[in-house]
Design a protein around this ligand. Structure first.
Ligand SMILES: NC(=O)c1ccc[n+]([C@@H]2O[C@H](COP(=O)([O-])OP(=O)(O)OC[C@H]3O[C@@H](n4cnc5c(N)ncnc54)[C@H](O)[C@@H]3O)[C@@H](O)[C@H]2O)c1
Length: 358
């Protein structure tokens, strides 16, 4: 079978993770790298381990390289400008999260994607972490009964240093609740199977980045928050985010409680615990299982194997073997909940999704 020819736009930390993962896929071939920073292109070529065409500008790449697919891995605030020529060229696109930094731009992308004849996919790696995928499938399979509460905890390390330090300011990222937490709002919609109605977020930048200055400016990104999301079907969801907990044994903990049982998933241990309800006074019957990840795939990134599994699913969609799993509309809704949370934290009030046009 002919390989799919990939171009990568943005060859920073995540772009290099995509290179490592595309190298593992038998149907993918990287034919072009694009990045305005020469050192980033050099690091990308080194990661690929062989010569490849490199471009400082997208128009030159589109004029010269023969491409089937493009991965958009440039900073969040560039996504709209990067996507414009890629949509026009009719290419299959996987755009890293967040789709865009504002609701207006994300709406634009969702409209373009609707009219786009090729595949458009929003990068949402967390859906593809094997323990999270098993957790999602178990809830869909009825293992907790009727879902009532969903809670997601991420306790992790601070934001890493990026090329040009773009991730220190909300104007570049959309704010932490968009930039980072769009993953978790996407998981909530996927699991709850309904749309959000209202959002309350209490959060601030209390510990990280306080002493950092960029051209005299202090970063303005939330480093801890609690967010409650009410969904239209009555399910309530909670996100507990902390970004100065790098010593935490588990980075993510997902908990679903239904009228029949409670289900938990832990990452990186990969353990799941299913705890059915028992009559009062009877012994508890929790069952612990473990979801393993192929060590080669695990080692190709820092996202628990998900970058590979998402690429695999994207390729299946491009080949017509499977549907698109994460649409531009999914990307838009994840941004919208993130914007609602940012607004809620800033204005210290509940934000109705209807205020934002949803
Ligand atoms: N899904 C995930 O888990 C995950 C994890 C990390 C990053 N990301 C996303 O990937 C994207 C890149 O993040 P990163 O961590 O690699 O950042 P980074 O700063 O390490 O890399 C960004 C790269 O894009 C290049 N760039 C800047 N402007 C550009 C433009 N106009 N066109 C093309 N390239 C440009 C920079 O030179 C740099 O090499 C962001 O959207 C980020 O949110 C997703």
């Amino acid at each position: 079978m002919d390989k799919l020819r990939f171009g990568i736009v943005g060859v920073g930390m995540m772009g290099r993770e995509h290179i490592r993962n595309l190298k593992l896929h038998p149907e993918a071939e990287i034919v072009a790298l694009q990045d305005p920073v020469p050192e980033c292109l050099e690091r990308g070529v080194k990661q690929l381990g062989r010569p490849v065409a490199t471009y400082a500008e997208i128009p030159a790449m589109l004029a010269e390289a023969e491409l089937d697919c493009v991965l958009v891995v440039s900073p969040n605030y560039t996504h709209r400008a990067v996507l414009e020529p890629l949509f026009a060229a009719g290419l299959n696109i996987l755009c890293e999260k967040p789709l865009c930094t504002t609701i207006a731009d994300a709406r634009w992308a969702a409209e373009q994607a609707k009219a786009h004849a090729a595949v458009f996919w929003t990068g949402m790696e967390y859906r593809f972490m094997p323990p999270a995928a098993r957790f999602i499938a178990a809830i869909e399979g009825g293992e907790v009964g009727r879902l009532v509460q969903l809670s997601i905890r991420e306790h992790r390390f601070p934001f890493l240093q990026k090329v040009g330090d773009w991730n220190r300011f909300s104007r570049n990222t959309g704010g932490t609740m968009v930039e980072k937490c769009c993953h978790f709002f996407d998981l909530m919609r996927l699991i709850v199977k309904a749309e959000p109605v209202r959002v309350f977020c209490s959060g601030a930048m209390d510990v990280n980045h306080l002493d950092e200055r960029y051209d005299g400016q202090v970063p303005d990104i939330i480093d801890n928050s609690f967010t409650v999301v009410d969904f239209a079907n009555g399910v309530r969801a909670l996100l507990d985010l902390n970004m100065f907990a790098e010593g935490s044994e588990e980075q993510e903990a997902l908990t679903a409680v239904g009228d029949q049982a409670k289900l938990e998933a832990f990452i990186p241990s990969g353990d799941l615990v299913h705890s059915p309800r028992v009559p009062l006074g009877q012994p508890k019957r929790p069952v612990r299982t473990h979801v393993a990840v192929d060590p080669t795939i695990l080692a190709a990134g820092t996202h628990h194997g998900s970058t590979y599994y998402q690429i695999e699913a994207f390729i299946d969609a491009v080949r017509g073997r499977a549907p698109v799993q994460v649409t531009a509309q999914d990307g838009l809704m994840a941004v919208a909940i993130g914007v609602a949370a940012e607004t809620s934290a800033r204005e210290k009030r509940v934000v109705e999704m209807s205020e934002l046009g949803f």
